[in-house]
Design a protein around this ligand. Structure first.
Ligand SMILES: [Mg+2]
Length: 190
């Protein structure tokens, strides 16, 4: 089968990692519960930053956020490796900006994700993902972002939300921890 994955906040804890970087950079101590109750993808608000300041902050830290030690979510690497070993096709579809694509591919490999060069799509807009997903004929697709997930309801595939505070309102299947994907695959193959 063909499995497609968004990367940021789907396979890796980018938002949580950026939150910690913001705390250090700004010298502000905020508990994890603040992040967990924040109903936006963006994290500037609890730091008292405007949207514009938040954007500047994000851009100034983007190298660190993307390419230092942002942790994958538990079981993400293991379960994707298992899929690849079982002969399934694993695709990555990320809307990171074009200038970061080559290094993102490299980062995925260095961090143990199974990736074949041609199965990596990067640098599109959120709203363009739907066309790639359709063209690839994926059986499953996983993303965290309402702006992406909301575009996929017309497609013939199984779409899951990676559970995050800002997508709780979506009434679609969701995955909370990546070990759950093993059960989804097993149930499909019965
Ligand atoms: Mg994402």
């Amino acid at each position: 089968m063909k499995f497609g994955f968004d990367i940021d906040d789907t396979l890796i804890n980018l938002r949580g990692y950026a939150f910690e970087l913001y705390k250090r950079k700004l010298g502000v101590d905020l508990g994890d519960e603040v992040l967990q109750s924040l109903a936006s993808v963006e994290i500037h608000e609890p730091f008292g930053l405007t949207r514009e300041q938040g954007k500047e902050m994000w851009n100034s830290l983007r190298e660190d956020i993307y390419f230092t030690s942002c942790p994958p979510f538990p079981f993400a690497v293991e379960v994707l490796q298992e899929l690849a070993e079982q002969g399934h096709e694993v695709y990555y579809i990320t809307a990171r900006a074009k200038e970061y694509c080559a290094r993102t591919l490299e980062w995925l490999r260095q961090n143990g994700f199974p990736v074949r060069g041609e199965h990596f799509y990067c640098g599109m807009e959120d709203t363009e993902k739907v066309h790639i997903i359709e063209r690839l004929g994926l059986d499953y697709y996983f993303d965290d972002k309402p702006a992406v997930l909301n575009t996929l309801s017309g497609l013939q595939l199984a779409v899951y939300a990676k559970d995050n505070p800002y997508n709780k309102h979506l009434e679609i299947p969701r995955i909370t921890s990546w070990h759950e994907l093993r059960e989804i695959v097993r149930a499909h193959e019965k």
